[in-house]
Ligand binder design. Structure first.
Ligand code: PGA
Length: 240
């Protein structure tokens, strides 16, 4: 099955970088893989006709006096098909809660936008063998009151927080275990036949070939390396 490659370009790029990037993405072979790019709001339209895009967040509100926020219906009106939510940087810097993330999941689905839901544990949680408990609790909160049909539409990105931007990753066995745990938990708890689970956290052109050997990984959410043209191109080309 072809893998999904999602670039979370965070706040890394200016107009010139985005333009150079869109040229690379226009010319790269995208057969047998799904490439999605998530730039900051001003650049969402730069990838039009080249690759599907995702926003990096959405408001919990529908409409109104919320300076700086962007609603799901605004994203829909721009034909944005995906949106990252619950990223650990938002959970940490913006104190985003599972309750708010649950509202965001619902707003996105109501507007036919696919949520890319990020979950993952902190280092001390892993050291205390709490990885599965943390993941499970996030899923319980983030997917609260959703129908099986809704849960099936969501892309889950497992991103151990200690692996994000650090150059550290869990072992391939540990990633495989977490992928399988999430798939098993979601399919049985929410009564769905399948769920898409990505791995994220220090994915790069250096480790992608070994990550590609883990069959349970349905794709990747890539931060730093998705803002480096050659590294991102290498990762895309490595998906056969
Ligand atoms: P990273 O970030 O690839 O730079 O570790 C991943 C992410 O935050 O989505």
């Amino acid at each position: 099955m072809s893998k999904i490659v999602i670039g979370n370009q965070k706040m890394y790029m200016n107009k010139e970088d985005v333009e150079a990037f869109s040229d690379m993405l226009k010319n790269i072979d995208k057969t047998n893989k799904e490439v999605i790019v998530c730039p900051t709001f001003p650049f969402l339209e730069y990838y039009n006709g080249i690759v599907p895009v995702g926003a990096q967040d959405v408001s919990i509100n529908d409409n109104g006096a919320y300076t700086s926020q962007v609603s799901a219906s605004q994203l829909k009106s721009l034909n944005v098909p995906y949106c990252i939510i619950g990223h650990s940087e938002r959970r940490e810097y913006n104190h985003e809660t599972d309750e708010e993330i649950n509202i965001k999941v619902k707003k996105l689905l109501e507007n036919d936008i696919t949520p890319i839901l990020c979950i993952g544990e902190k280092l001390e949680e892993r050291q205390n063998k709490l990885t599965e408990t943390v993941i499970k609790n996030e899923l319980i909160g983030d997917l609260k009151d959703l129908s099986p049909a809704s849960v099936e539409k969501i892309i889950i990105a497992y991103e151990p927080i200690w692996a994000i931007g650090t150059g550290l990753t869990p072992t391939l066995e540990e990633i495989d275990e977490s992928m399988k745990f999430i798939k098993e938990y979601v399919t049985t708890t929410y009564n769905v036949s399948k769920v898409t689970v990505l791995y994220g956290g220090s994915v790069s052109d250096k480790n992608i070939d070994e990550l590609n050997t883990v069959e349970s990984i349905d794709g990747y959410l890539i931060g730093g390396a998705s803002a480096k043209k050659d590294a991102f191109a290498y990762i895309i080309n490595s998906q056969k």
